[in-house]
Design a protein around this ligand. Structure first.
Ligand code: OGA
Ligand code: MN
Length: 294
Protein backbone atom coordinates (compact mmCIF):
# COMPACT_ATOMS: atom_id res chain seq x y z
CA UNK A 1 0.00 0.00 0.00
CA UNK A 2 1.24 3.48 -0.83
CA UNK A 3 1.47 6.51 1.40
CA UNK A 4 -1.84 8.20 2.24
CA UNK A 5 -2.35 11.37 4.25
CA UNK A 6 -5.76 12.31 5.59
CA UNK A 7 -7.14 14.97 7.92
CA UNK A 8 -8.55 13.71 11.18
CA UNK A 9 -12.05 15.12 11.70
CA UNK A 10 -11.17 18.46 10.10
CA UNK A 11 -8.88 19.15 13.06
CA UNK A 12 -5.29 20.31 12.99
CA UNK A 13 -4.20 16.67 13.18
CA UNK A 14 -3.37 14.57 10.14
CA UNK A 15 -2.98 10.84 9.76
CA UNK A 16 -0.30 9.13 7.70
CA UNK A 17 -0.71 5.50 6.68
CA UNK A 18 1.34 3.20 4.49
CA UNK A 19 4.91 4.18 5.35
CA UNK A 20 7.55 2.07 7.11
CA UNK A 21 9.94 4.27 9.07
CA UNK A 22 12.06 1.35 10.23
CA UNK A 23 13.88 1.76 6.89
CA UNK A 24 15.09 4.94 5.16
CA UNK A 25 12.24 6.69 3.29
CA UNK A 26 12.65 8.19 -0.20
CA UNK A 27 13.06 11.95 -0.51
CA UNK A 28 9.66 12.37 -2.18
CA UNK A 29 7.89 10.42 0.56
CA UNK A 30 9.71 12.48 3.17
CA UNK A 31 8.73 15.72 1.40
CA UNK A 32 5.04 14.72 1.46
CA UNK A 33 5.22 13.96 5.18
CA UNK A 34 7.03 17.25 5.89
CA UNK A 35 4.49 19.27 3.90
CA UNK A 36 1.63 17.55 5.71
CA UNK A 37 3.33 18.30 9.01
CA UNK A 38 3.45 22.01 8.22
CA UNK A 39 -0.18 22.00 7.09
CA UNK A 40 -1.47 20.23 10.20
CA UNK A 41 0.93 20.76 13.16
CA UNK A 42 0.18 17.24 14.52
CA UNK A 43 0.69 14.04 12.52
CA UNK A 44 -0.18 10.51 13.58
CA UNK A 45 1.97 8.06 11.63
CA UNK A 46 0.39 4.65 12.12
CA UNK A 47 1.83 1.13 11.95
CA UNK A 48 5.36 1.79 13.21
CA UNK A 49 5.51 -1.38 15.30
CA UNK A 50 8.97 -2.21 13.94
CA UNK A 51 10.42 1.21 14.79
CA UNK A 52 13.56 1.04 16.92
CA UNK A 53 15.48 3.87 18.53
CA UNK A 54 18.16 4.22 15.83
CA UNK A 55 15.57 4.40 13.02
CA UNK A 56 13.49 6.91 15.03
CA UNK A 57 16.60 9.07 15.40
CA UNK A 58 17.42 8.76 11.68
CA UNK A 59 13.90 9.76 10.57
CA UNK A 60 13.68 12.59 13.11
CA UNK A 61 17.03 14.02 12.02
CA UNK A 62 15.66 14.68 8.56
CA UNK A 63 13.68 17.53 10.15
CA UNK A 64 16.85 19.04 11.62
CA UNK A 65 19.45 18.48 14.34
CA UNK A 66 18.10 16.76 17.45
CA UNK A 67 18.24 17.84 21.06
CA UNK A 68 20.01 15.67 23.57
CA UNK A 69 17.76 14.36 26.31
CA UNK A 70 18.15 15.94 29.76
CA UNK A 71 19.00 12.73 31.36
CA UNK A 72 18.58 13.22 35.03
CA UNK A 73 17.85 9.81 36.53
CA UNK A 74 14.36 11.28 36.60
CA UNK A 75 14.03 10.95 32.85
CA UNK A 76 14.90 7.23 32.84
CA UNK A 77 17.58 7.60 30.15
CA UNK A 78 17.37 5.68 26.86
CA UNK A 79 20.23 4.03 25.01
CA UNK A 80 20.99 6.91 22.65
CA UNK A 81 21.59 10.49 23.79
CA UNK A 82 18.87 11.75 21.40
CA UNK A 83 16.22 9.49 22.96
CA UNK A 84 14.08 10.51 25.91
CA UNK A 85 12.67 7.42 27.51
CA UNK A 86 9.23 8.09 28.99
CA UNK A 87 8.46 4.93 30.86
CA UNK A 88 7.08 3.65 34.13
CA UNK A 89 9.00 0.36 33.83
CA UNK A 90 12.20 -0.18 35.79
CA UNK A 91 15.19 -2.11 34.43
CA UNK A 92 14.06 -5.23 36.30
CA UNK A 93 10.64 -5.03 34.59
CA UNK A 94 8.70 -3.85 37.64
CA UNK A 95 6.52 -0.73 37.53
CA UNK A 96 7.83 2.40 39.28
CA UNK A 97 6.22 3.13 42.65
CA UNK A 98 3.83 6.06 42.16
CA UNK A 99 5.87 8.31 44.48
CA UNK A 100 9.13 7.54 42.63
CA UNK A 101 10.90 10.76 41.56
CA UNK A 102 11.07 9.51 37.92
CA UNK A 103 7.31 8.92 37.95
CA UNK A 104 6.75 12.39 39.36
CA UNK A 105 9.06 13.95 36.78
CA UNK A 106 7.02 12.37 33.96
CA UNK A 107 3.74 13.30 35.66
CA UNK A 108 4.77 16.91 35.01
CA UNK A 109 3.78 16.20 31.38
CA UNK A 110 0.16 16.13 32.54
CA UNK A 111 0.27 19.94 32.71
CA UNK A 112 -0.23 21.73 29.37
CA UNK A 113 3.19 22.62 27.96
CA UNK A 114 5.37 22.94 24.93
CA UNK A 115 8.61 20.95 24.87
CA UNK A 116 11.86 22.60 25.91
CA UNK A 117 10.36 26.07 26.34
CA UNK A 118 12.61 26.20 29.43
CA UNK A 119 15.72 26.00 27.22
CA UNK A 120 17.34 29.11 25.68
CA UNK A 121 16.62 27.69 22.22
CA UNK A 122 13.29 25.88 22.48
CA UNK A 123 12.38 22.83 20.39
CA UNK A 124 10.80 22.93 16.94
CA UNK A 125 9.20 19.49 16.85
CA UNK A 126 8.80 16.36 18.94
CA UNK A 127 8.27 12.78 17.75
CA UNK A 128 6.76 10.39 20.29
CA UNK A 129 6.70 6.67 19.60
CA UNK A 130 4.20 4.53 21.49
CA UNK A 131 6.02 1.26 22.13
CA UNK A 132 3.75 -0.12 24.87
CA UNK A 133 0.50 1.70 25.66
CA UNK A 134 -2.01 1.13 28.47
CA UNK A 135 -5.48 -0.27 27.69
CA UNK A 136 -7.09 2.68 29.48
CA UNK A 137 -5.97 6.29 29.99
CA UNK A 138 -2.66 7.72 28.87
CA UNK A 139 -4.07 9.68 25.90
CA UNK A 140 -2.20 12.77 24.69
CA UNK A 141 -4.07 16.03 24.08
CA UNK A 142 -3.07 18.85 21.77
CA UNK A 143 -4.30 22.45 21.69
CA UNK A 144 -3.98 24.57 18.55
CA UNK A 145 -2.20 27.69 19.83
CA UNK A 146 -2.37 29.30 16.34
CA UNK A 147 -6.16 29.11 16.21
CA UNK A 148 -6.22 30.39 19.80
CA UNK A 149 -4.11 33.41 18.81
CA UNK A 150 -6.23 34.06 15.71
CA UNK A 151 -9.38 34.07 17.85
CA UNK A 152 -8.17 37.00 20.00
CA UNK A 153 -9.48 40.48 19.27
CA UNK A 154 -7.18 42.87 17.43
CA UNK A 155 -6.95 44.99 20.59
CA UNK A 156 -5.91 42.02 22.72
CA UNK A 157 -3.32 40.97 20.13
CA UNK A 158 -1.82 44.46 20.20
CA UNK A 159 -1.58 44.34 24.01
CA UNK A 160 0.28 41.05 24.13
CA UNK A 161 2.20 40.88 20.85
CA UNK A 162 5.48 42.19 22.24
CA UNK A 163 5.46 40.62 25.71
CA UNK A 164 8.35 38.47 26.87
CA UNK A 165 7.86 35.67 29.38
CA UNK A 166 10.16 33.84 31.77
CA UNK A 167 10.09 30.03 31.46
CA UNK A 168 11.61 27.57 33.93
CA UNK A 169 11.29 23.83 34.47
CA UNK A 170 12.19 24.38 38.11
CA UNK A 171 9.09 26.59 38.30
CA UNK A 172 6.78 24.14 36.47
CA UNK A 173 7.85 21.16 38.54
CA UNK A 174 7.49 23.20 41.76
CA UNK A 175 3.77 23.50 40.91
CA UNK A 176 3.41 19.78 41.52
CA UNK A 177 4.05 20.10 45.27
CA UNK A 178 5.67 17.31 47.25
CA UNK A 179 9.40 16.76 47.54
CA UNK A 180 11.84 18.67 45.40
CA UNK A 181 12.59 16.91 42.11
CA UNK A 182 15.68 18.97 41.29
CA UNK A 183 18.77 19.26 43.46
CA UNK A 184 21.05 22.30 43.62
CA UNK A 185 23.26 21.14 40.74
CA UNK A 186 20.20 20.59 38.50
CA UNK A 187 18.95 24.06 39.39
CA UNK A 188 22.26 25.63 38.48
CA UNK A 189 22.20 23.81 35.12
CA UNK A 190 18.64 24.94 34.30
CA UNK A 191 18.44 28.71 34.83
CA UNK A 192 15.21 30.47 33.74
CA UNK A 193 15.03 31.69 30.13
CA UNK A 194 13.07 34.32 28.18
CA UNK A 195 10.60 33.52 25.38
CA UNK A 196 8.31 35.70 23.33
CA UNK A 197 4.65 35.26 24.30
CA UNK A 198 3.71 35.12 20.62
CA UNK A 199 5.80 32.80 18.48
CA UNK A 200 5.80 33.18 14.70
CA UNK A 201 6.27 30.02 12.67
CA UNK A 202 9.09 30.55 10.16
CA UNK A 203 7.63 28.21 7.49
CA UNK A 204 4.00 29.26 7.62
CA UNK A 205 4.22 32.79 9.07
CA UNK A 206 1.40 31.98 11.49
CA UNK A 207 1.49 33.32 15.02
CA UNK A 208 0.77 31.17 18.08
CA UNK A 209 0.33 31.79 21.80
CA UNK A 210 3.48 30.39 23.38
CA UNK A 211 2.51 29.62 26.98
CA UNK A 212 2.30 26.41 29.05
CA UNK A 213 3.44 25.12 32.41
CA UNK A 214 7.02 26.39 32.25
CA UNK A 215 5.84 30.00 31.68
CA UNK A 216 5.98 31.72 35.06
CA UNK A 217 5.62 35.50 34.64
CA UNK A 218 5.86 38.42 32.23
CA UNK A 219 9.16 40.28 32.15
CA UNK A 220 8.82 43.86 33.44
CA UNK A 221 5.41 43.28 35.02
CA UNK A 222 4.50 42.64 38.67
CA UNK A 223 4.55 38.84 39.19
CA UNK A 224 0.83 38.46 39.96
CA UNK A 225 -0.28 40.50 36.96
CA UNK A 226 1.92 38.42 34.64
CA UNK A 227 0.75 35.14 36.10
CA UNK A 228 -2.87 36.23 35.69
CA UNK A 229 -2.46 37.07 32.00
CA UNK A 230 -0.61 33.81 31.36
CA UNK A 231 -3.40 31.86 33.06
CA UNK A 232 -6.05 33.70 31.07
CA UNK A 233 -4.27 32.99 27.76
CA UNK A 234 -3.62 29.34 28.67
CA UNK A 235 -7.28 28.83 29.63
CA UNK A 236 -8.24 30.44 26.32
CA UNK A 237 -5.87 28.17 24.34
CA UNK A 238 -7.03 24.90 25.88
CA UNK A 239 -10.78 25.41 25.35
CA UNK A 240 -12.43 22.31 23.92
CA UNK A 241 -12.84 23.97 20.50
CA UNK A 242 -9.05 24.13 20.06
CA UNK A 243 -8.23 20.70 21.56
CA UNK A 244 -7.78 17.34 19.87
CA UNK A 245 -7.11 14.13 21.81
CA UNK A 246 -5.06 11.16 20.59
CA UNK A 247 -5.98 7.69 21.81
CA UNK A 248 -2.80 5.64 21.41
CA UNK A 249 -2.37 2.32 19.63
CA UNK A 250 0.99 0.61 20.03
CA UNK A 251 3.07 1.45 16.95
CA UNK A 252 1.79 5.02 16.53
CA UNK A 253 4.45 7.65 16.00
CA UNK A 254 2.93 11.05 16.78
CA UNK A 255 4.81 14.20 15.84
CA UNK A 256 3.85 17.72 16.78
CA UNK A 257 5.10 21.24 16.19
CA UNK A 258 6.03 22.86 19.50
CA UNK A 259 5.80 26.27 17.82
CA UNK A 260 2.13 25.73 16.98
CA UNK A 261 0.52 23.53 19.63
CA UNK A 262 0.52 22.87 23.35
CA UNK A 263 0.18 19.30 24.57
CA UNK A 264 -0.33 17.29 27.73
CA UNK A 265 -0.39 13.65 28.81
CA UNK A 266 -3.55 12.34 30.43
CA UNK A 267 -3.28 10.14 33.51
CA UNK A 268 -3.52 6.35 33.44
CA UNK A 269 -3.31 3.63 36.11
CA UNK A 270 0.51 3.65 36.25
CA UNK A 271 0.57 1.15 39.09
CA UNK A 272 -1.23 -1.40 36.89
CA UNK A 273 -0.10 -0.96 33.29
CA UNK A 274 3.21 -0.30 31.57
CA UNK A 275 3.45 2.70 29.26
CA UNK A 276 6.69 2.91 27.27
CA UNK A 277 7.19 5.88 24.96
CA UNK A 278 10.33 7.12 23.23
CA UNK A 279 10.72 10.75 22.21
CA UNK A 280 13.07 12.45 19.81
CA UNK A 281 13.11 16.24 19.74
CA UNK A 282 14.07 18.44 16.79
CA UNK A 283 16.06 21.40 18.08
CA UNK A 284 15.01 25.00 17.42
CA UNK A 285 16.69 27.37 14.99
CA UNK A 286 17.51 30.06 17.56
CA UNK A 287 16.16 31.95 20.56
CA UNK A 288 12.67 33.43 20.29
CA UNK A 289 13.78 36.71 21.87
CA UNK A 290 16.29 38.67 19.87
CA UNK A 291 18.20 40.83 22.35
CA UNK A 292 20.25 43.73 21.14
CA UNK A 293 23.96 43.42 21.74
CA UNK A 294 24.94 45.27 24.91
C1 OGA B 1 6.37 14.49 25.73
C2 OGA B 1 5.06 14.51 26.38
C3 OGA B 1 3.00 13.31 26.58
C4 OGA B 1 2.58 11.90 26.74
O1 OGA B 1 6.84 13.40 25.38
O2 OGA B 1 6.95 15.56 25.53
O3 OGA B 1 4.66 15.52 26.88
O4 OGA B 1 1.37 11.64 26.54
N1 OGA B 1 4.37 13.38 26.33
O5 OGA B 1 3.42 11.06 27.08
MN1 MN C 1 6.03 17.19 26.26
Amino acid sequence: MGLTITSIDHSFAGRVDGVDLSRPVDDDVFARIRDAFHRHAVLVITGQDALEDAAQVAFSQRFGPLERSIRFDKSGGGQLPEISNLTNVDEDGSLYPLDDSRARYHAGNEMWHTDSSFKPVPANASLLSGRVVPPEGGDTEFADARAAYDALSAARKAEIDDLVVEHSIIYSRSLMGGDVIFNEADRAALPPVHQTLVRTHPETGRKALYTGSHASHVIGWPGEKGRAVLKELLDHTVQARFVWRHRWSAGDLVMWDNRSVLHRARPYPADRYPRIMRRTTVAGDGPTVITEAA
